[in-house]
Write a protein that binds this ligand. Sequence first.
Ligand code: ADP
Ligand code: MG
Length: 271
Amino acid sequence: MTTGRSPGTPSTGTPIAGTATMVKAENVRKRFGRHEVLRGVDLEVATGQVCCVIGPSGSGKSTFLRCINHLEKIDGGRLWVDGALVGYHQRGDRLHELKPSEVAAQRREIGMVFQQFNLFPHMTALDNITEAPIRVRNEPRTQARAHAQSLLERVGLRDHLGKYPAELSGGQQQRVAIARALAMRPKLMLFDEPTSALDPELVGEVLDVMRQLALDGMTMVVVTHEMGFARDVGDTVAFMDEGVVVESGDPRSVLTNPGHERTRAFLQRVL
Ligand code: ADP
Ligand code: MG
């Protein structure tokens, strides 16, 4: 950490040149008032890989995802997506905050799926998906609709394009939410407990869509309690506790032979 930084400004660092690393977090810190929620998160996610983040409630998993996606601003450390500092531009060894339009440009390249699907209730599945491409990316309506149709097919909902969220099951709504995020052609997808709000019998259909997305090469950071998914689909698993990544690495080693007592204790509770 350099000294003499103003609060709220991450230290400068060497940008990762372009790039086998999609997400890189170095000593990322975030506090809410006196509560330091992220206390030096270190994590790397390689391009094309899936990183599953596990850990107890309150350990900072959602906050970390929100920092990657500009929903929260980090207080310290450095955070890059695809080689670019999140929220900042570096000139020499000085950091300049990005303009809102530049932040918006960074955000457009990141898709996020939440526990609560957050679909627009007054719009059909198709319109939910085309809304942002048309308004934000200025895609022609016909092109946006064709893309949305192919995405709905991809998530197994080809016959549901005219339905409203209330007419869809939770699993179907979450699949629409995934298609909606993909419609912006993101280079990174963030999932924050995407199946935690679902009835157990609907979890599998959402995980199947995510598994296929991973096979198609999407870079994904997935906060999940689905240990089977983490083991089978994750290229890496990161265990977070009390605002730090305690350990990360190959799922088989983290999940079956953890190196830390805190990881062992957590896994004993959830497995
Ligand atoms: P997790 O996703 O691992 O359950 P969170 O990142 O949601 O953890 O939360 C970590 C801690 O930060 C919790 O103690 C939570 O209450 C706190 N927190 C999260 N967001 C805010 C906020 N906007 N204001 C104050 N405290 C927050
Ligand atoms: Mg959370």
